[in-house]
Design a protein around this ligand. Structure first.
Ligand SMILES: [Mn+2]
Length: 396
């Protein structure tokens, strides 16, 4: 018998699925949150059932469990831990620790890809084409490589996983992975996923209009309340507002704050750390402490949402040699245009400002941060140019 303790996300479930492919009814699988794992490991080891081999995937154990595992093995028990998180590398000093962060080709690993390779290597599992493809989708999703590769199938696999129960997902996948044909969604799943994508796009459009901008400890943040689609929302808002250092997503019901950034030079695990939280450089989180509440909820509530840039403009274009026109909330018009030496200058209501900038985007960043401006549409741009021309003719 085998006991598999795995994580409760797509990569964790992927481990459960390939374990069941290999061991069938001989494996008992349980999915855990990061916080729950150590209790489950302790409980299993406490039972002293050395006839059942313990496999832990996508999660790591604390120091007490390291000691307990060593004792369990001395009594004849068998344990294997397979993980891909850098923070677990110290477990490799044990016989039972198998932590690998990178594949031989330099790509990042996932727990599912590691367990799959391990099962094949030990002769417990025959690879199939569908299983190979499924494991690769899980790996790309878990490492965010799908985003770089534009692999939408990986993102949709995760969306499908969130739509139903764990059991449903497991049994559907198990059946599919035994086949040697390519891994595919069935027509009904495709329809559901399309509907889900539409729903998400509408949600993100609405949230785009609710985002408030504020400065916190020298960094600029876009703040929005949202309970769903945190990754996609953080990514979308971050990409659309490159002048912001990071995006804050507030979940009042869950009393949680999430931080996301699209910038390589911003580390949101540090931001989360100042509120007692943590995570990765590009995605992190913290509980809604009093300090976080004051910094983001209260501070943002006093402010108007940031207006969005006009979309699909043909004349009022960013970085245009003819200049680009923006408006600020109090009504001021800002004209960003090239000046001598390849630099960019700003006019405010027709008056040249002192500051000049090395690039167009530096000028825009300054205006968006300091003046909360938004790009005007083509009609407003044409009107601005006509007004300017008339004034010039009158010699104003
Ligand atoms: Mn993982």
């Amino acid at each position: 018998m085998y006991k598999l303790l795995s994580h409760n996300d797509l990569d964790g479930i992927g481990c459960g699925i390939v374990a069941k492919l290999a061991f069938g009814d001989d494996v008992n699988v349980r999915y855990n949150s990061v916080q729950m794992l150590d209790r489950e490991v302790e409980r299993f080891l406490g039972e002293g059932n050395t006839g059942t081999e313990l496999i832990i995937t996508d999660l790591s154990v604390d120091e007490e469990n390291e000691t307990r595992i060593e004792e369990f093995i001395k009594k004849g028990g068998k344990v294997t831990l397979i993980d891909h998180h850098k923070t677990a590398l110290h477990l490799n000093e044990y016989e039972w620790g198998n932590v690998t962060v990178e594949q031989e080709d330099g790509k990042l690993t996932s727990a599912t890809s590691l367990l799959y390779a391990w099962l094949i290597d030990k002769g417990f599992l025959e690879p199939t084409r569908a299983a190979d493809e499924f494991v690769e989708l899980v790996r790309q999703y878990d490492t965010w490589e799908w985003e770089k590769n534009g692999n939408d199938k990986a993102r949709r696999l995760n969306a499908l996983f969130f739509m139903g129960s764990f059991d449903e997902f497991e049994s559907k996948m198990l059946e599919r992975l035994q086949s040697d044909s390519p891994f595919q969604f069935d027509p009904f799943e495709k329809q559901l996923l399309d509907m889900e994508d539409d729903k998400m796009a509408r949600y993100i459009r609405k949230k785009r209009r609710e985002m408030v901008q504020l400065e916190h400890e020298g960094l600029y943040a876009g703040v929005v309340h949202a309970e769903s689609y945190h990754s996609e929302l953080g990514n979308e808002l971050g990409k659309e507002n490159p002048h912001l250092d990071y995006i804050v997503i507030l979940n009042m019901g869950g009393r949680k704050v999430s931080f996301r950034t699209v910038h390589d030079d911003v580390d949101v695990s540090q931001v989360a750390g100042t509120f007692g939280g943590g995570g990765h450089a590009k995605a992190s989180g913290a509980s809604m402490s009093k300090e976080a509440f004051a910094s983001y909820v209260e501070a943002a509530f006093q402010k108007e949402p940031l207006r969005e840039d006009a979309r699909h403009t043909r004349y009022n274009l960013k970085e245009s040699p003819f200049g680009t026109i923006y408006r600020a909330p109090e009504g001021d018009l800002y004209f960003v245009h090239p000046i001598e030496d390849g630099r960019w200058g700003i006019e405010r209501n027709g008056r040249t400002q002192d500051e000049t900038f090395a690039t167009f985007f530096d000028a825009e960043k300054f205006l968006k941060r300091e003046r909360s401006v938004w790009l005007l549409n083509d009609d407003q741009f044409v009107k601005f140019l006509l007004d300017r021309l008339q004034k010039a003719e009158k010699g104003e």
